[in-house]
Design a protein. Structure first.
Length: 282
């Protein structure tokens, strides 16, 4: 528990971004109050202060203002801060230095090699992870959510022109768009993302029916949680549970989400996640 007002947080996000949804799930579960700034995805003027041009961005003030980038770094750094009383948030963030790398497409990006680690001492580690395997499992599935699960979202929600249009109707409704801008974003965006999703399907070597990849991934997760645990974290969600839930949640209200609920075994776990986060928010 933190003293009231000791950590002031502002999240810059797109409502429908799975990485932003991950961060919200984490903050909500831990009962951390935060302000939301919805970023216009076309102009992005809300984040013109930042050299880092992607969302989520979390501005945190725990005595001094600080900018945290990358959803998994944000989650690891804030979780470390909640557990460890040894270091300031500024010191903790310094343990996650950005490294510039070049993608296969020749684009420069920032990476964080240790972003799935919590920076804890031996005593703290033992308290959070009683056995080594618990930590290894959590890190493995957090990485899986970023490296695989998240890449199944776009090909599934933009699978057909009809689904693409429904998805953009939701995006425009939930996002920050002007009236005219929203109209063009909805129709031009839907067409663009329908074709981009086909490229993503090819890049990630997905099956012709991308639903099958989604179903397989989701059932793989359910199998990893197992029949004898409520969550991967046991009786309470761990960071892997929150990551997977955050990614899948962005499909709510869309055909892909309904199909996933019918054709996989995810529903009991997903409902437990909803209940525990709603309870924490309340």
């Amino acid at each position: 528990q933190l003293p009231a007002g000791s950590l002031q947080l502002t999240l810059y996000q797109y409502k429908t971004c799975p990485f932003c949804s991950k961060v919200r799930a984490f903050l909500d579960y831990h009962g951390l109050p935060y302000e939301i700034v919805e970023v216009n995805p076309i102009m992005r003027k809300e984040i013109k202060f930042s050299v880092y041009r992607k969302v989520p961005i979390l501005l945190a003030n725990a005595g001094s203002p600080l900018q945290l980038n990358d959803s998994s770094v944000i989650i690891s750094a804030i979780k470390t801060y909640l557990i460890s009383k040894r270091n300031s948030l500024e010191e903790i963030v310094s343990f996650y230095p950005p490294m510039k790398t070049v993608t296969e497409q020749g684009k420069e990006v920032f990476e964080y090699g240790n972003k799935y680690w919590l920076m804890l001492d031996e005593k703290e580690t033992k308290r959070v992870y009683p056995v080594k395997e618990v930590r290894v499992e959590e890190m493995k599935w957090r990485k899986w959510a970023d490296d695989w699960l998240v890449h199944l979202i776009s090909p599934n929600v933009y699978r057909t022109p009809r689904e693409a249009l429904a998805s953009f109707d939701y995006i425009v409704r939930e996002g920050k768009f002007g009236t005219v801008e929203g109209f063009f974003a909805k129709y031009l965006g839907a067409v663009a993302m329908f074709f981009i999703s086909k490229r993503l399907k090819k890049r990630h070597h997905l099956q012709d029916n991308v639903r099958e990849d989604l179903y397989e991934a989701v059932n793989e997760w359910v199998k990893a949680v197992g029949k004898h645990r409520l969550f991967m974290g046991g009786n309470q969600p761990n960071l892997a549970d929150l990551a997977v839930y955050g990614v899948l949640r962005v499909m709510e209200g869309l055909e892909a989400f309904d199909d996933m609920m019918v054709h996989t075994k995810i529903q009991p776990w997903y409902q437990r996640m909803e209940e525990v986060i709603q309870k924490a928010e309340a």
